[in-house]
Write a protein that binds this ligand. Structure first.
Ligand code: 3PG
Length: 248
């Protein structure tokens, strides 16, 4: 029942600097812009034509989709956007250097905060320069929905309603759906799609800018578990780089 394309944004300026990003609205780096265009070329070369686009509210995902769809000559595609596809909120780690954090707190604590399923980093203070408490794009969100930190379980809990209410109906209508989002919001969707355990999801990383295709059956389960990257070799190398972030 439909084709789903997951696309993590291209490299961001803070990805390049090795900083925890979360909901901080940083832009793409020049490399990330190239990755986004390449993602669109991969879609075009594979003959994959999305019918609708879903993005987060963060410019690195929005601009990745714009650049990819322009490269695929599909810039006109209808689009829906939601905070529920935002990157995981990294709490008080937002803006912090990953390598310094690993050094200061040690490997175990770093990995618990970065990749555990249900342990969030410390919450961010509303007066922190990297807080989104005053960000007008979330003004309509009730206070209890506006995170000050998130673990991956929190991301799954707020992303699944969007999956079922916005994305699944498009798939059920036979549309090819492109989702342009983030490393951890896509890890949450992949965990759901592939039925990955709470323990095993820690080992899954998503590369930037390489489309991941799922062919879904009538129950929206993958006929190709794990999905298929449109550039498997590039994806393999990029996944390893994501896993090694923060290492000296
Ligand atoms: O938000 C961030 O820092 C990155 O986009 C994702 O970081 P991670 O791969 O360290 O979770």
């Amino acid at each position: 029942m439909g084709t789903l394309v997951l696309l993590r944004h291209g490299e961001s300026v803070w990805n390049a600097k090795g900083l925890f990003t979360g909901w901080v609205d940083v832009d793409l780096s020049a490399t990330g812009e190239d990755e986004a265009r390449r993602g669109g070329e991969l879609l075009k070369d594979a003959g994959v034509t999305p019918d609708i686009l879903h993005t987060s509210l963060l410019k690195r995902a929005i601009r990745t989709a714009n650049l990819a769809l322009d490269a695929a000559d599909l810039h006109w595609l209808p689009v829906e956007r939601s905070w529920r596809l935002n990157e995981r909120h990294y709490g008080a780690l937002q803006g912090k250097d990953k390598a310094q954090t690993r050094e200061e707190y040690g490997e175990e604590q770093f990995m618990i905060w970065r990749r555990s399923y249900d342990t969030p980093p410390p919450p961010i203070a509303d007066d922190d320069p990297y807080s989104q408490a005053a960000d007008t794009r979330y003004a309509q969100l009730p206070s209890e929905l506006r995170p000050r930190t998130e673990c991956l379980k929190d991301v799954l809990d707020r992303a699944l309603p969007y999956w079922y209410d916005a994305i699944v109906p498009d798939l059920a209508a036979g549309k090819t759906v492109l989702v342009a989002a983030h490393g951890n919001s896509l890890r949450a969707l992949v965990k759901h799609l592939d039925g990955i355990s709470d323990a095993d999801i820690a080992g899954l990383n998503i590369p930037t800018g390489i489309p991941l295709m799922y062919d879904l059956d009538d129950d929206f389960h993958p006929r190709n578990p794990g999905g298929t990257y449109l550039d498997p070799e590039a994806a393999k190398a990029a996944i390893e780089a994501v896993a090694n972030q923060g290492k000296k």
